[in-house]
Design a protein around this ligand. Structure first.
Ligand code: BEZ
Length: 209
């Protein structure tokens, strides 16, 4: 086991952090990264994190030379260049743009799901903006429909940036928004999710109970 040379600012609840941790596990790089826990919220920034990432968001990755990378897309890209196996982000060609677009759809679901979580968990109930909340949920629903109808075979073909991102987004929906019952309208996605959730990288990075 090697001594970690990098530090990942992380919280086990964050789906964006989970993507990074899944990629680390899938590429055999877990031992290279020490985890530093933090819990920034929109109303309570983490002082150490803000020092390293002025935007105050996780994940952020401090490299051995002190350089700090963020956000999750940049970190994933960096880490994918640090191993000798097959790249999990295609380096070029149409595959690169398609896989990154699928990953972006997953990130969009995560963004909406985290915003809904912040609004409902942090804001006083009398200030909740119901129409805004519903539109965030609709973003998630529309994206799920497109993945279900258009992308199952692509997701199932291999476990890379696209599949990691969608799997982490679905895991977060289960964790924070079980009320959405996303499986009901998306049975193929549900079956795919059940399968990939058994991968060691996904099992090791499950959100806290
Ligand atoms: C959460 O608790 O849902 C959460 C924590 C950190 C980042 C994003 C979400």
């Amino acid at each position: 086991m090697s001594v970690p040379s990098m530090t990942l600012f992380h919280n086990p609840a964050s789906p964006f952090v989970r993507k990074v941790r899944v990629l680390l596990a899938e590429t055999g790089q877990q031992d290279r990264v020490a985890l530093q826990g933090c819990m920034p919220t929109p109303v309570q920034p983490d002082a150490q994190l803000v020092h390293d990432n002025p935007v105050g968001k996780i994940p952020a990755l401090r490299l051995a030379d002190g350089t700090v990378l963020h956000d999750s897309r940049v970190i994933l890209d960096y880490l994918d260049y640090q191993h000798v196996g097959n790249p999990l982000i295609p380096r070029d060609g149409s595959a690169r743009w398609r896989r990154l677009t699928l990953a972006s759809m997953a990130d969009g679901m995560m963004d909406a799901a985290v915003l809904v979580r912040y609004e409902t968990a942090l804001r006083p109930p009398e200030k909740h903006w119901d129409q805004w909340l519903e539109e965030q949920r609709n973003k998630i629903r529309r994206t799920l429909v497109e993945l279900e109808s258009d992308a199952i075979a692509e997701l199932a073909s291999h476990f890379d940036i696209a599949s990691i991102s969608v799997a982490c987004a679905l895991g977060y929906l289960d964790f924070r928004h079980p009320d959405l019952q996303w499986r009901d309208a998306n049975p193929k996605l549900a079956a795919w999710c059940a399968e990939v959730s058994q991968r060691p990288s996904m099992l090791q990075t499950q959100p806290p109970v």
